[in-house]
Design a protein around this ligand. Structure first.
Ligand SMILES: *Cc1c(COP(=O)(O)O)cnc(C)c1O
Length: 398
């Protein structure tokens, strides 16, 4: 078995699209073009001595798929090349990735500062789960750098946020927060799902650790759950590796194979869906029934300048507000023909969500309103369909 050296041997720097087609490939002796699916839990050894040497770490090789499998390794390697990270570990879901990223690093008595505007389950992890294990938590308004500064304490060990946020597409200044966190001795963990690794590279803006739900754009076709955590060699060696190996939130080789193949078309899908999203946002902004349209690529987005600074493109998500509240939102959603009602996102199929009754139902109304999640707020995850069809569907339903 040999590692495809296309990345290491190239005499020139490769772009993302090339890395995502060729990077990290491990070819078997059969010389297959497409990446192999190693659907195996264990491995056989040539001798008892070899098994002993592998467990001792004296001999390279696979031991058990909970912590090493060739297909999973290909997915991790390809993601490392895309993200520019030293190392990575793939996980069973995006939530397993987020949970691993904080639990592997924090101890009882440590403090974490997090933005309030988070994917619902991420908010549960920082607000409810971590305090049960003695981690102190401060939740703040992530777009306010002064609030980040004021929240730092001597025992602050990590900060956590997503940008753009779900569902209102507010931005957090990654470099601004990273400077504050690093000054206080804390690491920066970013959930980069909404932006995608194509349009935003958090490690270039001060982040130390990046998490993904690969379920979203990386699979992008609604088939498999998966996730990944990427970071420095020290973070992976000293914290993440043992946590993954001993607690086992690992991805299945089959799902890793789906993700690996998904990466090959990720730039094409993200580019097309983002172009569609930008057009949909403009149509919504001009529509009489819409009181506000939220898209970081529009000049009227309050943080458009920051978006231009830290994003290479503005993403596949659009949110907007209907004046008639929940009734108007439900009526709009029920009238759509092409765009499907679902809480998923980052799919080739365009999807619509009513956050206040689904993804953010668990929050108190007061907390929802603090995050601008009103009853009239609708979230769209735009897919790769013909944009004219999406616009017809939306304007008809409005
Ligand atoms: C979906 C999502 C997650 C969780 O990922 P799963 O794969 O569903 O576990 C975490 N963060 C964000 C921003 C997400 O959109």
């Amino acid at each position: 078995m040999s590692q495809d050296q296309s990345e290491k041997n190239s005499t020139f720097a490769l772009g993302d699209a090339t890395k995502l087609v060729h990077g990290g490939t491990i070819r078997s002796e059969f010389g297959e073009t497409s990446e192999s699916l190693f659907l195996t839990s264990g491995y056989v050894y040539q001798s008892a001595e070899s098994a002993e040497a592998r467990f001792k770490g004296d001999e390279e090789g696979y031991i058990y798929s909970r912590f090493l499998n060739p297909t999973i390794k290909m997915f991790e390697e390809r993601m490392k090349l895309l993200e520019g990270a030293d190392d990575a570990r793939a996980t069973a879901t995006g939530m397993a990735a987020v949970t691993a990223s904080v639990l592997c690093y924090l101890n009882a008595g440590d403090h974490i500062v997090s933005a309030k505007a988070l994917f619902g389950s991420c908010r549960y992890v920082v607000e409810t789960l971590l305090p049960r294990f003695g981690v102190e938590v401060t939740l703040i308004n992530g777009s306010d750098l002064e609030a980040w500064k004021a929240a730092m304490k001597p025992n602050t060990k990590a900060v956590f946020f997503e940008t753009p946020t779900n569902p209102t597409l507010e931005l957090v200044d990654m470099q601004g927060v990273a400077d504050i966190a690093h000054n206080a001795g804390a690491i920066v963990i970013i959930d980069n799902v909404f932006a995608t690794p194509i349009l935003q590279k958090p490690l270039e803006h001060g982040a130390d650790v990046v998490c993904y739900s690969a379920t979203k754009h990386i699979d992008g076709q609604g088939r498999c759950l998966g996730g990944i955590v990427l970071g420095s060699q020290d973070y992976v060696d000293d914290h993440l590796h043992d946590y993954m190996r001993q607690t086992g939130p690992s991805i299945s080789p089959f799902n890793a194979w789906v993700m690996l193949k998904g990466l090959e078309t990720l730039p094409l899908r993200v580019e097309k869906a983002s172009a569609n999203a930008a057009r949909v946002a403009d149509v919504l902004a001009d529509h009489a029934k819409v009181s506000r349209a939220l898209y970081p690529g529009r000049a009227d987005h309050p943080q458009h300048e920051l978006a231009k600074r830290q994003m290479k493109g503005f993403g596949t998500m659009v949110a907007f507000e209907l004046e008639g509240g929940k009734a108007a939102a439900f009526d709009f959603m029920n009238k759509l023909e092409i765009i499907k009602i679902s809480n998923n996102l980052g799919d080739t199929k365009s999807l619509v969500t009513h956050p206040s009754t689904t993804t953010h139902q668990r929050l108190e109304e007061e907390d929802r309103l603090e995050l601008s999640i009103t009853q009239g707020l609708v979230r769209l995850s735009i897919g790769v369909e013909d944009c004219d069809d999406l616009i017809n569907d939306i304007t008809r339903a409005l």
